[in-house]
Design a protein around this ligand. Sequence first.
Ligand code: ADP
Ligand code: MG
Length: 392
Amino acid sequence: MIRFENVTKRYPDGTTAVDDLSFEVAEGELVTLVGPSGCGKTTTMKMVNRLIAPSSGRVLLDGEDTASVDPVQLRRRIGYVIQQVGLFPHKTVLENTATVPHLLGWRRAKARERAAELLDLVGLDPSRYGDRYPQQLSGGQRQRVGVARALAADPPVLLMDEPFGAVDPVVREHLQTEFLRLQSELHKTVLFVTHDIEEAVRLGDRMAVYGSGRIEQYDAPATVLGAPATPYVAEFVGADRGLKRLSVTPVETGDLEQPPVVRLTDDAAGALARLREEEARWAVVLSASGDLHGWVSAEALAAGQEGTKGATGTVADHCRRMEAWLPLGAPLKQAFATMLQHDAGWIAVLDGDRFLGVLTPAGLHEALRRSTTADAAHLDRSEVTLETVSGV
Ligand code: ADP
Ligand code: MG
């Protein structure tokens, strides 16, 4: 969709801002460009919508050399969001959002209708905010208007240059969450510039880590964190990259353990016999309809049996509730947080309502190690066998 071919940008004063850059952004992909200030991110981005012309090389959009496209036509296909937002101060929020449809010659009513739709989409109630002026909004709200305006003409491509850089961390996290939700619906092709490694990791399908004028690594965030390509990248992503990886590594079925599973309505004696047979100390308990209910220990089942001389009731009489669960594919960080929150030695992993197995702290640790090794070797995680230090 967007393709850089050996692109170099030298400014008249001799600064080489971008040096022989080649990379590609697939359709519907969100790529973050991350690196320290002055490394050439903005220059890269502005060559896509021809605010800057390359000194050499080509930038292709949908296979077409952008140098041969009329810049005005080109920019209609490309939404552009910048940190300073650049809203017109004397126009209302609704008018600001309708700017591009208006320029495209849409009827006024249709343009306003579209603007209201977009404001709604970015989480601003148009009836409440539409008639305000930009200075009557918070910084975070102004950024939302900036995003709404960029999306108004429904361009396939979005360029975003540190769009959330000027808001406080809490608001920034909100905006990121909403932007991810939006992107999961809209599937735009996005180039997103940031100097914030956390933001790049969180948002990017892939991330391009910039050194000075060059891309040092172009990979999925988990790979960049798990297998930094150069010492520069390793330093840039930080010594806590292992921790950061927790947020981008999903729970997979191969990470799960399979304790015995019994139902609330099962006969307790039968459940105990099964636990003994499988030499398990406890079982997961599901409700009659298969929802997670909790767990029951062999000990509790056995104690019940003695007290009532073998008349034992059902599993429901002996089990305990446990509500710590996680959907399959959730990040390991969420798994870890859930374990801590419930002070639990395991959490159930569900696919929709279906119980799949349990994740333990040991399983979590293995999943992380396995995925790190897998990413470094470009393998599937399930293909990795771990060497473990035993007997310690
Ligand atoms: P980033 O967005 O990563 O902070 P930029 O692309 O803005 O970096 O800048 C890359 C380099 O090019 C920097 O050294 C910057 O000083 C230089 N630069 C940017 N714009 C110009 C310009 N118009 N003239 C000369 N040098 C520039
Ligand atoms: Mg910049």
